[in-house]
Design a protein around this ligand. Sequence first.
Ligand code: XLS
Ligand code: NI
Ligand code: NI
Length: 438
Amino acid sequence: MYFNKYPKIQYEGKLSTNPLAFKFYNENEMILGKPMKEHLKFSMAYWHTMTGTGQDPFGGATMERPWDIDGEDEMLNAKKRVEVAFEFMQVMGIEYFCFHDRDIAPEGKTLAESNKNLDIIVDLIEQKMKETGIKLLWGTANAFSHKRYVNGAATSPNADIFAYAAASIKKAMEITKRLNGSGYVFWGGREGYETLLNTDMALEQDNFARLLHMAVDYAKEIGFTGQFYIEPKPKEPTKHQYDYDVATVISFLIKHKLDKHFKLNIETNHATLAMHTVNHELRIAADQGLLGSVDANQGDLLLGWDTDQFPTNVYDTTMVMYEIIRAGGLSTGGLNFDAKPRRASFTVEDMMLAHIAGMDAFAAGLKIAAKLWESQVLENNLKQRYVSYQSGIGKKIVESNVGFKELEAYVMDKKELDPNESGKQEYLEALINQYMIG
Ligand code: XLS
Ligand code: NI
Ligand code: NI
């Protein structure tokens, strides 16, 4: 249909001058005992790559997408996009994709009509998945774009809207199961609020938990064994999003006894909007055994919104891959490019160049992170820094064998305490540079 005229993008090495070639991503190169592509598990985000238009609050569509015909029957365009999407993924060597229900098929006048549209497109997608071996990383329902969700979906003050959201999530779970998706994401698009003057926050959050319990029950009922994820974001579109950051989501999950059923889908740009680094978010989730999947993109620290840029900052991709390796890898998860080319990068070729940029940045980050991990230079430093907890009083503390009285007796007559060694931050940062350039 369109991309089949291109040969599959090849790895040509870091000195290549061919824009349509990988400089670092060499899918079968073995890193720490497994091929690069298994560490990275790249996924195409259907919404940005197939239905993104380049629209912004000040102007309309800019993207040249010759297969999308304006004024064409929407179902026909949706069918063509399936063809294009699978050709694109094949050319790029991307083996996974993610979608919202409304990305793949147009919304009908009723839920019944929307579901019918979905079934027609899902038939085509299923066929293409069989032909190409491309897999579904996760599915989700768009419960934020339509005006019915103006006050939220599961956290709407209107029970009919809650019911509608639940019904469309039910359908999205069914198609995710049918396409053998390895996960299902809940990103609470409008699950938050603007002002406490009109908001019953406790009821809204409890209702959100109720909806998630219903999803867990329904998954059991239909035999959907994929991993559920929650994707935190602190703001945008609402001022206060309930799923603020990883720590907030984890405490919500534990409070509502959902932590056995959910993991986190962590997006770089959402981490920075919450004033965290993405590696901080990954570490918090990993330390709780709740690291699930990654929405791989980057924001612009000078802009205050979710710019969803393709990840090109190798320092950041190194930190992300280091956390993933340190956590023992992503099991059901992957690296989903929840990213869009800039509005001025409007050509079809830019679609490929943007994905190449992201894949290469992650491949380079993986290689550096693997070297850091192999040398254990950071881990050894860490062990050394906390060595006082391995014997004596420290050991007693971590074994919970002492209380205030023993600790008081231990320090009472000590004249000077040894502050332990230096934090060596600059040394460690320089070390990372050495690994990056070396
Ligand atoms: C928006 C979110 C969204 C989720 C899927 O900011 O990142 O794209 O990943 O609903
Ligand atoms: Ni996302
Ligand atoms: Ni985003």
